[in-house]
Design a binder for this molecule. Structure first.
Ligand SMILES: *Cc1c(COP(=O)(O)O)cnc(C)c1O
Length: 451
């Protein structure tokens, strides 16, 4: 006890700490008030450690100041910040999906910095529509008669079913009652939209006759959900949009297709259906995300015929799920690039990389790190897009000085927040979703976990 008193007495005064040579820089950067508060916090911690018998010597004044500096630095670091995605998954939902094109970022900056004609028609000086600028672009890119953009893909399905099937029945194949991610399940969305789910077929096979037999007086919508994050293989049968559309026309129903990914043009060699193809096949309404294969900001796109889209415009839910002006600016810029220069969209560029290019990036990283082995690896589009398609990539395999899990944690929590991939107990830095200008920071992070 007496020893504790002695230690506590030897802790320096705040004033003394402020006179240390390192203090001036911290005052200049964070302000005197913040530094004093941080120093008091450190001194308090030290006192309680001593009381608890967990500190056997008084810390030096320099050590206390250094800890206060660390605390101030941690406090000023944003909670949401950029990470380096070395996971090999391009549209990683937990890492924010699509990185935006320079044009989209510039559009956000311009609109964010001042006022904008968000809901104001400059020609007439009267109230305008929030999505007026992007609707012609969406129509041009997809061939749709009408278009709408809202907050995200899940909201698009909810709004569509609320407006088109509320109070009625929605028929869905049992093979398409999917959970998209984070517990978002199609049956729950149908219920939330005020509609009743009518399941037809089986997990692996659903035929047109199954839909036909389920149609009743309450039926409003035939819903087609793209499986996106899984595949059924083996003995399978599903009904295409074209056949569903034929059946729907016979009974005056609507076909709603939830595509998920937002492919504006057919991707060669990919099974992911494009919005235009779904509309051409006869879907009355197509919904998809803005930040998956479309490569834009978080958004939900709704495309279709006037008869299907108009009720959504008048639905009260629209206001609750509307798109904010920053995302709208980024979406418009991204759609312009789809029209004029798709190669400038980062997601499309990443998915189109050659193995030679990926290998060259891995070589550069290895030179910068001065260690590691380059290996062939398999990347993915992610975000529930192209689940069956592995993308040939390259990774730098590291031999860390600590366990692989500890090294991955060190990479994540380091200054560059690197998300690596662990495969078969090995630590890989996959090049698929890494940008060239991130290589120096990635190399520095990698060196910190090496022997
Ligand atoms: C991703 C996805 C959604 C949800 O879209 P968000 O933009 O993430 O809300 C809905 N349906 C399908 C088929 C999807 O793949």
């Amino acid at each position: 006890m007496a020893e504790g008193d002695n230690l506590r007495r030897r802790l320096p005064q705040v004033q003394r700490l402020l006179e240390l040579s390192g203090a001036a820089a911290l005052v200049a950067k964070y302000g005197r008030t913040a530094l004093v508060a941080a120093l008091r916090g450190e001194l308090e911690d030290a006192r309680s450690y001593i009381t608890a018998g967990r500190m056997t010597g008084a810390p030096s004044p320099e050590a206390i100041l250094a800890r206060a500096g660390d605390a101030l630095r941690a406090r000023s670091r944003p909670g949401l910040r950029q990470v380096i995605n070395a996971s090999g998954i391009v549209l990683h939902t937990n890492l924010g999906r699509a990185p935006l094109a320079a044009e989209a970022i510039a559009a956000i900056a311009e609109v964010a910095a001042g006022y904008a004609n968000l809901e104001f028609d400059l020609a007439s000086g009267t109230r305008g529509s929030r999505t007026a600028a992007i609707e012609p672009l969406l129509r041009e890119l997809t061939g749709a008669e009408a278009a709408l953009a809202i907050n995200n893909g899940a909201a698009a399905i909810l709004l569509a079913l609320s407006a088109l099937a509320g109070g009625g029945e929605v028929i869905v194949s049992r093979g398409e009652l999917v959970e998209i991610g984070g517990g978002f399940r199609i049956p729950d969305v149908i219920r939330q939209g005020g509609a009743r789910l009518v399941e037809v077929g089986s997990t692996n096979k659903t035929r047109l006759a199954d839909y036909r037999e389920a149609i009743g007086p309450e039926t409003k919508v035939l819903l087609k959900v793209h499986q996106s994050n899984f595949c059924t293989i083996g003995f399978t049968a599903e009904v295409g949009i074209d056949e569903l559309a034929g059946l729907a026309r016979e009974h005056g129903l609507l076909v709603v297709a939830d595509l998920g990914s937002g492919v504006l043009r057919e991707v060669p060699g990919s099974a992911e259906p494009s919005v235009g193809a779904a509309l051409a096949a006869g879907a009355d309404l197509v919904t998809c995300s803005g930040d998956k294969l479309l490569g834009g900001p978080q958004a939900g796109l709704i495309l279709g015929g006037l008869r299907a889209v108009e009720p959504l415009r008048r639905h009260p839910l629209l206001r609750a799920v509307r798109l904010d002006k920053l995302s709208l600016a980024a979406l418009e810029a991204t759609l312009r690039l789809h029209r004029d220069r798709p190669e400038a969209i980062p997601v499309l560029r990443m998915l189109g990389q050659t193995e030679a290019g990926l290998n060259a990036r891995a070589e550069r990283l290895r030179e910068l790190v001065g260690a590691g082995m380059i290996e062939s690896s398999e990347g993915f589009a992610g975000g529930g897009s192209l689940p069956e398609q592995r993308i040939a990539s390259r990774a730098l395999a590291l031999q860390p000085a600590m366990s692989v899990d500890a090294a991955a944690a060190t990479l994540r929590t380091g200054p560059s927040a690197v998300v690596a991939r662990i495969s078969d107990g090995r630590l890989l830095l996959d090049m698929l979703a890494v940008a060239d200008d991130q290589l120096p920071a990635l190399a520095e992070a990698a060196r910190a976990v090496l022997a």
